[in-house]
Ligand binder design. Sequence first.
Ligand SMILES: [Zn+2]
Length: 394
Amino acid sequence: MSNLKSYTSIIHNIGTFLTGDLAAPLVDADTLVSVGGMITYVGQAVDVDFSTADLVIDAKQSTVMPGLIDNHTHPTLGEYSPRSGNHNWIWHSLQGGVTTMISAGEVHVPGLPTDRVGTIAMAIAAQRSFSNARPCGVKMEAGAPLLNDEFSDQDFAEMVAQGINQLGEVGIGPVKSVSRAAELVKMARKHGMTSITHTGGPSISTSQRMGAEEILEIAPDIIGHINGGYTALAPSQIRCLCEGCLGALEIVHNGNEFAAVTTLNYAREMNQLDRIVIGTDSPAGCGVPALGMLRAIALLSSFGDVPPEKAVCFATGNTAKVRKLNRGVLKVGREADILIACGPLGGAEPSVLGSFSSGDLPSITSVLIDGRLVVRQSRNSPPPSVTPEITLRN
Ligand SMILES: [Zn+2]
């Protein structure tokens, strides 16, 4: 076996190359090379030496795009989700093209601690657990503490030093005062932590309604589920947030579809599609949508009338940017988390882009994480119209 640092993967004969970068979502390239888990080449096959590759995939003119980043999940530990009764929900989402998940709070942990020390300890334990053992290879960015009235500046400094980079949903948990929450978010930001709010009506008993006025005061980096989780704000409140808050506009699958398209329309009107990010907000009471990220892309491409290559960026490059992750865009120097996909067998539109625009989901035929093949034909997406040819030498 070739060692990790030199493991070389080549994907060639690519028909459509989606970069995940909103500034240039489509490029003219038929080949992608990664070495040691990082993308080292995007271009034409004629310039590539195939002789030393460990993995060669002939994409047979199908589509390549970045692995999807689910900006809103609620993990506990491992694949266990007591909220929805699932034991393998991360595996199912991986089959739907998700290669990175971000925790918006480990809120479904049985007996979740709410005291200061317990909250910090829980966040660090979750972060350690998922970075030591990635379920099915999926990169779970866990360790997202809910705010606590007793947090100090020093607490945020210590959490960041321990690898905690994000807050759980602001609006859930013991802090009930909006001005105190705003103060704590400011403190967390000073130390480099990313903040996200709960938005809309309450979801669980410990959350509260968060309207535009509260969120404008908190000024988060991400307006979490701006289309409700589950219950959305009125369109006038959504508009007020789009116009008055600088944060990313997060649309979730487990929210209100009408509010999702409403948000998208406001963002487009403002020429700020770079603010849209997508999550599933799962596991939740309504379960785990294994294909939720793909469904949200299809919703925004079809009903939302956004070019599908741009809608893909909402689930990849846009999210990587706000979360400061070196992935989500297929270009040299980024982590090689990659999907190969084609139109679904029997679909009205033969291509991936056509499928999304008409509301259909593509077939995920391969998933690579860090340049390694982790899924050979998704078990959850529709059957493929084109099957890539895979040669594994190591
Ligand atoms: Zn929420």
